[in-house]
Design a protein around this ligand. Structure first.
Ligand SMILES: Nc1ncnc2c1ncn2[C@@H]1O[C@H](COP(=O)(O)OP(=O)(O)OP(=O)(O)O)[C@@H](O)[C@H]1O
Length: 297
């Protein structure tokens, strides 16, 4: 796996407030990287530094091992948090216009626009004024706009906000196609369930500091404790008296617990079976939401 975009020791302050502190992470070719953090954590600021809209106070952004230059940035696709479409234009005019700005010829821009608008499900609304479209449809147009020049990298600030579940699935599919074609995709989102489903790699930021970064599964296993869940028929309260069992949650017949050595899962399962039927038993993998809460503590 090749890291193509790298941030190295990036600091940034606004006035006397430092909002990014030693931010370093990699974005890898062909992978989707989810950039996750609470409100004001520094995601947009980081993305704007990657795009060259803001300069870092210290540190650098490198692209394929070299400081990121203007020409390389022209091949980036960016979807800013504050969406920037012209309300009096139609999606078709808007996307063709952006394609031309990126250097496509008129016929190429039109061809690409038609294909993209169809792909994002806006084919039938392509000639309506943007201001008459629902927010979700405007968002679809934004996504087409970010893709019109067939960018080498995609940097997307909250690409799923305002989308209904079907539209989320559509955008997920489009982004996956881009990643499979080799383009690294960095996207921020508050929708942790979507991030969990979509990303290959994760970068977790809190208060301007990177708290965790790496492959999703590695992060998950790093945060996995020997935690189990058990569902029985009766009351699972007897678990309180099992040596080595630390109850995390008990709700009648359902229990979630951690095990301290030397207790092991099989002995707990045997103890449960000795008391009656066991309906479910297994290890609990932490959700991204739980990991997120933990790194924000
Ligand atoms: N131009 C600016 N001037 C002053 N402060 C700023 C500026 N831009 C951002 N900030 C501050 O920097 C911090 C990080 O903001 P940023 O927009 O990067 O966070 P974020 O993670 O994108 O948040 P959200 O998820 O709420 O969009 C915030 O406290 C914000 O108020």
């Amino acid at each position: 796996m090749t890291s193509v975009l790298r941030l190295d020791g990036v600091d940034r302050s606004f006035g006397d407030r430092q909002v990014l502190k030693d931010v370093s992470f990699d974005v890898t070719a062909g992978r989707m990287t989810g950039f996750v953090g609470g409100n004001g954590a520094g995601k947009t600021t980081t993305m704007r530094i990657i795009l060259g809209v803001l300069a870092p106070d210290a540190g650098q952004v490198t692209w394929r091992g070299r400081p990121l230059a203007r020409e390389a940035r022209a091949r980036f696709g960016y979807m800013p948090e504050e969406r920037g479409l012209y309300p009096k234009m139609t999606p078709r005019e808007q996307v063709v216009h952006l394609g031309r700005l990126y250097g496509l010829d008129a016929a190429g821009a039109r061809r690409r626009t038609d294909a993209l608008l169809e792909r994002v499900g806006l084919g039938e609304r392509a000639d309506d004024l943007l201001e008459t479209l629902s927010l979700g449809n405007q968002q679809r147009a934004q996504i087409a706009a970010a893709l019109v020049h067939d960018p080498e990298v995609l940097i997307l600030d909250e690409p799923f906000s305002g989308l209904d579940p079907l539209a989320v699935d559509m955008v997920v599919a489009v982004l996956r196609e881009r990643a499979a074609a080799g383009a690294p995709v960095l996207f921020s989102s508050h929708q942790l369930d979507v991030v969990e489903r979509l990303c290959d790699d994760l970068v977790l930021i809190a208060a301007g500091t990177i708290r965790a970064a790496g492959a999703r599964e590695e992060l998950r296993s790093a945060y996995t404790r020997p935690r189990f869940s058990l569902v029985v028929d009766g009351d699972a309260g007897w678990l309180r008296d099992q040596p080595g069992v630390r109850l995390v949650d008990l709700d009648g017949a359902r229990a979630v617990f951690d095990l301290d050595p030397p207790a092991d899962d099989q002995s707990v399962l045997r103890a449960a079976l000795a008391r009656g039927p066991v309906r479910a038993f297994g290890p609990v993998t932490p959700s991204l939401a739980e990991i997120f809460r933990e790194v924000n503590q």
